[in-house]
Ligand binder design. Structure first.
Ligand SMILES: Cc1cc2nc3c(=O)[nH]c(=O)nc-3n(C[C@H](O)[C@H](O)[C@H](O)COP(=O)(O)OP(=O)(O)OC[C@H]3O[C@@H](n4cnc5c(N)ncnc54)[C@H](O)[C@@H]3O)c2cc1C
Length: 416
């Protein structure tokens, strides 16, 4: 059997891998993406992602101008004003300033992950292959590499990119000793459409602001909204519309064209119940668990939780990578969560993956057009990627400790 050859093989069609493919295509570098799942229906895919300057810059550089314009036109909007309430619905001053973000936050820009994927997949026909679960790679004596898939097929490449997310199989082979850690933090989140919120008389203080519920004791609750303009989708070849791949999934979670308010909260291990129990609970039971825990809070907050769509509620263990690994550059490298997965506090993971993609495109353009040796280009990419990626991991972890541990210290705080 002849193994097909591609200059740059990318494993994983998440934001990082797809942005890289777009950037390489834009610069005339041959590439192909190999993705395990035909439809992306993991839980977080139903949420928006907050976009920062570094993510915007990378998308602008990597996308063709018409797709970047589509991205801007179909962006969702989050509220611009912040509000802090205690659990009795009293307004608090933002005296602590502990949550202040670095300047590159575009707090109002809220990207639907489904819309972003639609944009990043546009024009990649023929270069995007699904049903390709990467299993292992084989470095060859001539400096090239072969990637093997679970269906028995393989691809031969000059460079193999592991953009296969936090559980990366490429990282497991390249850096077998690198382990991810359980931070001990447990997250619950849920959504309600703005229409349903209005029907149930949910207070505008919970739908028009980025509202932080900061109780005097116990863990906080963050509430914000994602507003979409359905007419933008009609103007852009249905980008921003419902994804046919989600048609068979019941509930509102993967609905991509309806504005919603959403909340999330995080607890220490066992505070809401044992993991083994919480992991088996469906959305409705998890809502009940949370309502029991915060039952003494103001009814206006409880009403928001009670009326959230159970299909949008799930339990998540917050994990982080361990920053700091350095390795010798070769024909296999890593990008995004595959090397620097981080907690969701600070909203940096996806933006950092996009930023990595931008860095790697610049280096590969230097290698292909300006005779920079390929390994030098990969090494220069890895040095910068590691610096900013590991910094983001540490910063997201300390934000988690400040945020979740504000009233009550977390039991096990990982020191990275
Ligand atoms: C609750 C939560 C909220 C978050 N909020 C934000 C936010 O607001 N802003 C932000 O910037 N980031 C946020 N993040 C982080 C962000 O989701 C990730 O950092 C981002 O998705 C990483 O992109 P990626 O392309 O590196 O990896 P992924 O998005 O994980 O994509 C990896 C892809 O590889 C595929 N794959 C995996 N294994 C294989 C295999 N063996 N073979 C082939 N394909 C494979 C997967 O199917 C997937 O499509 C959040 C994360 C969580 C959990």
């Amino acid at each position: 059997m002849t193994i097909p050859f591609v200059d740059v093989a990318i494993i994983g069609g998440g934001p990082g891998g797809l942005a890289l493919a777009q950037g390489l295509k834009k610069n005339g570098i041959e590439t192909a993406v190999f993705e395990r799942d035909p439809v992306r229906s993991d839980y977080v895919q139903g949420f928006r992602m907050r976009i920062r300057q570094r993510g915007l810059d990378a998308l602008k550089a990597n996308l063709p101008p018409h797709l970047y314009q589509t991205f801007l036109d179909t962006l969702g909007l989050a509220p611009t004003e912040n509000l802090i309430l205690d659990e009795r619905f009293n307004r608090l001053d933002d005296a602590g300033q502990a949550d202040r973000e670095p300047e590159d936050t575009h707090i109002e820009k809220s990207v639907s992950r489904i819309t972003l994927r639609q944009i990043l997949l546009s024009g990649l026909d023929g270069a995007f292959h699904t049903g390709k679960r990467f299993e292992r790679y084989e470095p060859l004596a001539d400096g090239t590499v072969i990637a093997h898939f679970s269906d028995g097929s393989a691809v031969h490449a000059n460079l193999l990119i592991g953009a296969d997310g936090a559980g990366s199989a490429i990282r497991r082979q390249l850096l077998p000793d690198l382990k991810s850690i359980d931070t001990g933090v447990r997250r619950l989140a849920g959504k309600i459409t703005l229409d349903a919120a209005a029907r149930h008389g949910i207070s505008p203080l919970l739908t028009e602001f980025n509202t932080n519920i900061r109780p005097r004791d116990g863990r906080g609750l963050m509430i914000t909204s994602h507003r979409v303009d359905p007419s933008a989708c009609a103007r852009h070849d249905l980008i921003g519309g419902e994804d046919p791949g989600h048609a068979g999934i019941t509930g509102f979670h993967f609905n991509n064209s309806t504005s919603y308010t959403w909340w999330n909260t995080a607890y220490d291990t066992d505070e809401l119940g044992p993991d083994e129990v919480l992991e088996t609970r469906d959305g409705a039971a998890l809502l009940e668990t949370l309502l029991q825990r915060i039952g003494h809070w103001d009814e206006r907050i409880l009403k928001l939780i009670r009326h959230s769509d159970p299909s949008t509620v799930a339990f998540l263990k917050v994990r982080s990578s361990t920053p700091g690994a350095v390795w010798q550059s070769g024909p296999v490298t890593l990008l995004g969560d595959a090397i620097h997965a981080m907690t969701y506090f600070r909203a940096l993971g996806g933006n950092t993956a996009l930023y990595d993609a931008g860095l790697l495109v610049c280096e590969l353009v230097a290698a292909r057009r300006h005779s920079k040796p390929l390994l030098a280009a990969v090494n220069d990419y890895e040095n910068v990627m590691r610096d900013h990626g590991y910094e983001a991991v540490r910063s997201s972890l300390s934000a988690m400790q400040r945020n979740v541990g504000a009233n009550r210290p977390l039991k096990a705080i990982p020191a990275l």
